[in-house]
Design a protein around this ligand. Structure first.
Ligand SMILES: *[C@@H]1O[C@H](CO)[C@@H](O)[C@H](O)[C@H]1NC(C)=O
Length: 357
């Protein structure tokens, strides 16, 4: 009995030693992979990332480590586009999704549905049936890049605020204004975040259709310079918002799930679109014609500013402007596969497109 007891004590303490050892080893992935630690340190410096303590640093390192390894594995598959270790490299995909997207589909969010129903106006108000480019599908330019026509402001960064919808709305409005007046004026997302609160919810999400409605009824939108972006929800500054710099007559919707119709619209002006932009491939996209994994669960909003064909392999693409800074994608822009896929378009790009008029 004594002997038995003694031996089981030994094996228990042996077990404990092993268990503690393996916990220590996993928290010291650090010392096993110095090149990865160095990569993380360099990345932290480059992005000015500071963690509150070593516990957070270790946690963030683990996420960084996993992301980097997955990016490297995927890049070896030569998918025609690349992923990069960008500013989102220490975020899990869930964290990224929660803080950097923000397109709220009416059918997806109960809260939003209730919110809409409690108002007297119906949500169909913001959907338009008319499509002014319906007969112009035959005579279109083979490629368009609205940047070359001076209709696209420089890349902006929404930061940790889910107001992609405001950036998308503003970008297509900046485009239309430049096309009509010849002047490129950067307009205010913050005015939409702070003041367009009847149907949209600032950093908690919103829709371009309702934002266009707000701008129309408000009589216009002010400039970025007059009402600068703060990346956080705020109280509406009615004085600043009263300086309407650019106005619109309203907006129209591109017929859904029809990339030909989308092309006709983009040939005439930048178009706001919703997209599923929360996936791993999207998070780390760094260049090429995106053909990555994504569905049609629309969670992000961007603006299509052109289309073209990649010379190397003949891939047709949409040219997209995003609001995640210049460190993401092709200096903040993306080329995403166009045509020959499901009618919704890749990542649902043709499902919910609209433009101001
Ligand atoms: C397109 O053409 C049809 C048939 O000619 C016409 O009824 C319709 O009004 C036209 N649409 C626009 C937006 O001009």
């Amino acid at each position: 009995m004594n002997f038995m007891g003694f031996s089981s004590q030994i094996s228990l303490s042996l077990f404990l030693v092993l268990a503690i050892g393996s916990v220590l080893a996993s928290s010291r992935l650090l010392s096993n992979e110095p090149w990865m630690i160095e990569k993380h340190e360099k990345w932290m410096n480059f992005h000015g990332r500071v963690y509150k303590d070593n516990i957070e640093k270790t946690e963030r390192f683990q996420i960084f480590n996993e992301n980097v390894k997955r990016i490297e594995t995927l890049n070896k598959m030569n998918r025609g586009f690349t992923l990069g270790v960008n500013a989102f490299a220490d975020l899990t995909n869930e964290e990224f999704r929660a803080s950097r997207t923000g397109y709220k589909r009416q059918s997806k969010s109960n809260h939003f549905d209730l919110h809409l129903k409690s108002k007297s106006k119906s949500k169909s108000k913001s959907k338009s049936k008319s499509f002014k480019y319906e007969n112009s599908t035959g005579v279109l330019a083979s490629t368009i890049d609205w940047r070359k026509n001076g209709a696209v402001t420089s890349i902006k960064n929404q930061g940790e605020c889910g107001c992609c919808w405001a950036f998308s709305t503003v970008a297509s409005m900046e485009g239309l204004n430049q096309i009509k007046t010849g002047k490129l004026v950067s307009l205010s997302e913050q005015e939409l975040v702070d003041c367009d609160t009847e149907f949209d919810e600032g950093c908690e999400g919103g829709l371009m259709d309702t934002a266009f409605d707000f701008i129309k009824s408000h009589g216009g939108l002010t400039t970025e310079a007059n009402y600068p972006y703060k990346a956080t929800d705020g109280k509406c500054n009615t004085k600043r918002a009263a300086v309407n710099s650019v106005s619109i007559h309203g907006h129209e919707n591109v017929p859904a799930n029809n990339e030909k119709a989308l092309l006709a619209a983009v040939a005439h002006q930048p178009v706001s679109v919703a997209i599923e932009g929360g996936g791993f491939d999207f998070q780390f996209y760094s260049g090429g014609v995106f053909k990555g994994e994504c569905g049609t669960d629309l969670d992000h909003a961007v603006v299509v500013i052109g289309y073209g064909v990649e010379k190397k392999d003949g891939s047709k693409y949409w040219l997209v402007k995003n609001s995640w800074g210049t460190g993401w994608g092709e200096k903040g822009f993306m080329r995403i596969k166009r045509g020959d896929g499901p009618k919704e378009g890749l990542c649902g790009i043709a499902m919910d497109a609209s433009y101001p008029i």
